[in-house]
Design a protein around this ligand. Structure first.
Ligand SMILES: *Cc1c(COP(=O)(O)O)cnc(C)c1O
Length: 338
């Protein structure tokens, strides 16, 4: 494989195949590795009309000894099922999910980037209603796909802080809606506010709670976390945010390192007490945020360049575990074996 591993971005790169399963009459198929990246779909599939579709995102890493390891896939299996229940899709037995991930990686081994390039294999499971249904009802047939694509290291140098804008005209989620599950539809709704924030010069949009616009929820595609001036790891608690696996991992890592962890509703006004702020998610792990603009007010947080010391430490430890450079005390890595 002659890919320029060190210069891969986060873009779809064609691989050998994806794996595909179909659910009909209560039974999942055995799964098939398919070369073509196209799918022949019924024009009345519920995913297309009614957004009955959910996805996941996780990564596999090649360690220095050449072995491939998947990071916390069991968590993604559980979360995809929680999305499935919310929008009445067939659930996936955990074993099927994990086996799908393993099989598709093995079939695309040469696309798992070499150790030392910072690049990894991004894994995208997708579950959607593929059965034809013109009335608004759950489909009677489902398709589960896992595709993989190599992605580059996000940071070429050190961590780079970004600016965020509080979204005042749009909400990401409704108070009792679907913000807590990973649905395609949530992302459709976020495209316009995200585009507008980008146009205004902000790569990130920060959402407040949809009831009072008083509490911090999360960034458009990543959770919110802050290191308080008294040294705590603070992250939002709300029924309408997506339970990030990265955030869960960072909380556990912080506790392991002796940093107190607090998960509770956070008022925006508390921003004065934050020493460091970041977004977290699978793609980037940690994105430091050094400026948050809310209406005509500008709030500066943390250092103007790089990350603050606590975020940097968490990032270093978390990624060292992923790359097998540091002991994995949590059992987060699973080897991918024939
Ligand atoms: C996927 C996602 C995240 C990040 O979750 P990870 O499991 O850490 O990748 C955060 N917020 C939203 C809205 C998401 O969809």
């Amino acid at each position: 494989m002659s890919l320029d591993w060190s210069n891969l971005g986060f873009a779809y790169q064609e691989t050998n195949c994806h794996i595909r399963y179909t659910w009909k009459d209560g039974v999942w198929s055995q799964g098939e590795l398919i070369k073509s990246p196209y799918i022949n779909l019924h024009i009345a599939a519920t995913a297309l009309h009614y957004g009955q579709s959910a996805f996941e995102g996780l990564k596999a890493f090649r360690h220095e000894d050449g072995k491939i390891w998947v990071f916390r896939a069991d968590m993604n299996a559980d979360r995809l099922n929680s999305s499935a229940r919310q929008i009445m899709m067939a659930e996936l037995p955990k074993e099927l999910f994990l086996d799908a991930v393993r099989r598709v990686i093995l079939a695309n081994k040469e696309f798992v980037p070499p150790y030392g390039t910072g690049a990894s294999l991004y894994i995208r499971p997708l579950l959607f209603g593929s059965g034809a249904q013109i009335g608004v009802n759950p489909a009677k047939e489902y398709t589960f796909i896992v595709l993989v694509t190599p992605v580059g290291a996000y940071y070429k140098g050190g961590l780079t802080p970004m600016r965020a804008m509080v979204s005042t005209d749009y909400d990401r989620a409704a108070p009792h809606g679907t913000g807590h599950v990973k649905l395609g539809g949530n992302y459709a709704a976020s495209l316009l506010p995200h585009h507008l924030a980008n146009q205004a010069g902000f790569p990130m949009d920060l959402y407040l709670d949809p009831v009072e616009h008083k509490y911090i929820e999360e960034f458009g595609t990543s959770n919110f976390l802050a290191i308080t001036k008294d040294g705590k790891y603070l992250t939002s608690k709300s029924k309408s945010i997506l339970p990030s696996i990265t955030n869960d991992g960072l909380c556990r890592l912080a506790a392991h390192l002796g940093i107190p962890v607090e998960r509770r509703p956070i008022e925006f006004a508390e921003i004065e007490n934050f020493a460091e702020v970041a977004a977290c998610g699978t793609a980037v792990v940690i994105t430091p945020v050094n400026e948050i603009v809310y209406g005509d007010k500008v709030y500066k947080v943390g250092p103007t360049e790089g990350a603050g010391p606590v975020l940097q430490k968490l990032y270093n430890n978390y990624t060292a575990i992923q790359w097998g450079e540091q002991k994995d005390p949590f059992g987060w890595l699973t080897p991918v074996e024939d």
